[in-house]
Write a protein that binds this ligand. Structure first.
Ligand SMILES: Nc1ncnc2c1ncn2[C@@H]1O[C@H](COP(=O)(O)OP(=O)(O)O)[C@@H](O)[C@H]1O
Ligand SMILES: [Mg+2]
Length: 399
């Protein structure tokens, strides 16, 4: 294959390793400076120029987009996606993972263990938020920090409040997160490629530092992950839309707590700690996937008027319970089942003989009108809160 590594650091360890892993395997590989691409939307088809010349054909790209150029970098990746060039990490995936709040929001609905986290704007809500995550000490994080910079441990609520107030006054948004003391300055970095963890290490903070980042003096050692940690890492990467990712987890007393998912994980620390050929695993994975460029399925399937995708729930008392997919009548209603979610397992391309059970979720493509009646009710929030008297309720409807 012909591979382009998008990077502004051609001499960095990771770039060098990826380049030589690709060369060793007989691929053509170029390291291209992300900022030297020009996005060309003037012609009939989306195109790209590099250093002022039309870009030649590539089979795949591997984006290594630094934090300081997220906007431009993801625009270039998105342009490659429009040109049907394979990328393991999509522009969306990179954007989602880069912002710690956005990542936490997306992961939170998928049952991934995470440290309790809150996000507030108003000074009046800070104290409550600290309480909600379990009280001091709390960790305060800048949304787009990396390498441990912008991660602060506040020992007391008062101090936390004044730090947050200071940061807010300089227009910086911050997360408030419970401090996972049992992890004691240690965390796990799992390198996910495709749907497996190819290498993992434990990072240990130096001295009385609580941040275990290598850039903060942390040391690394290889570690064998339990299936629970492997699954949390792989699922987090998948949910974020990243096929190459470094997933950071704390060792909480009840299992893994995912802190962040990195879309351009460094390879030096993990290859040295484990002695594994991570770069080679990444290149092999891309080589295997090249024929399958990322497709925005929902968007592509919604271009026929009146058709779209929807997730249908098999209600407990629905008349299709106990019937096979063939006899369910879906086909006659112009609905095709793409996958069947049952509990935590997924059956791709469910066969016509599969018997439907209550609680099954079918991801379907079909006529929206026919599917409307079968769409599950919106998830109800807990309604433990007492209803307010009528007047108070009316006063609350605005603002
Ligand atoms: N909630 C927390 N409890 C305990 N330690 C934490 C917590 N959040 C972060 N840390 C420590 O700080 C380090 C940096 O935090 P992280 O969210 O990964 O930011 P960065 O993007 O700067 O690496 C982590 O590797 C971990 O050692
Ligand atoms: Mg980190």
């Amino acid at each position: 294959m012909k591979l382009a590594i998008l990077s502004r650091a051609p001499h960095a360890y990771s770039t060098q390793r990826l380049r030589s892993a690709a060369e060793q395997r007989g691929h053509t590989v170029k390291v291209l400076n992300t900022l030297r691409f020009a996005i060309d939307l003037s012609g009939d088809e989306p195109d790209l120029q590099y250093r002022g010349r039309l870009l030649s054909d590539y089979d795949a790209i591997l984006p290594r987009i630094g934090n300081s150029i997220t906007y431009y970098g993801t625009a270039v990746v998105r342009q490659f996606e429009q040109m049907d060039v394979y990328t393991p990490n999509t522009a969306n995936g990179i954007t989602n993972s880069r912002d710690k709040l956005r990542a936490t929001q997306i992961l939170s609905r998928h049952g991934i263990g995470m440290p309790r986290t809150a996000f507030v704007n108003s000074r009046a809500d800070v104290r409550m938020a600290i309480e909600r995550v379990g009280g001091a000490p709390v960790v305060i994080k800048l949304l787009e920090g990396t390498q441990g910079i912008g991660v602060i441990l506040a020992p007391e609520a008062k101090i936390a409040e004044s730090i947050i107030e200071t940061l807010h006054s300089t227009k910086q948004n911050v997360l408030i997160q419970s401090f996972i003391s049992e992890s004691r300055g240690r965390d796990i970095r799992a390198l996910v490629v495709g749907d497996r963890v190819v290498a993992a290490m434990r990072r240990v903070a130096s001295g009385d530092e609580f941040r275990s980042n290598v850039h903060r003096g942390g040391t690394v050692e290889k570690v064998a992950l339990s299936p629970e940690f492997e699954e949390a890492a792989v699922r987090s990467a998948q949910i974020m839309g990243l096929r190459v990712a470094g997933v950071d987890m704390l060792e909480g007393k009840d299992g893994p707590l995912v802190m962040e998912v990195n879309s351009s994980p460094g390879l030096e620390g993990i290859e040295r700690a484990t002695g594994l050929d991570v770069a080679g695993a990444i290149v092999d994975f891309i080589d295997n996937q090249v024929a399958f460029p990322e497709i925005d399925v929902r968007q592509r399937l919604s271009v026929s008027t009146g058709y779209g995708v929807a997730e249908l729930l098999v209600h407990t008392n629905a008349d299709i319970v106990g019937k096979t997919l063939r006899d369910s009548g879906l086909w006659e209603r112009d609905i095709t089942a793409l996958t069947l979610h049952r509990g935590t397992s997924v059956i791709p391309n469910p066969r016509s003989g599969v018997v439907l059970e209550p609680g099954d979720r079918l991801l379907c493509f079909g006529r929206l009108e026919e599917m409307r009646s079968m769409i599950p009710d919106r998830r109800k929030r807990r309604t433990k809160v007492r209803k307010l008297p009528k007047e108070a309720q009316e006063a609350l409807t605005e603002e």
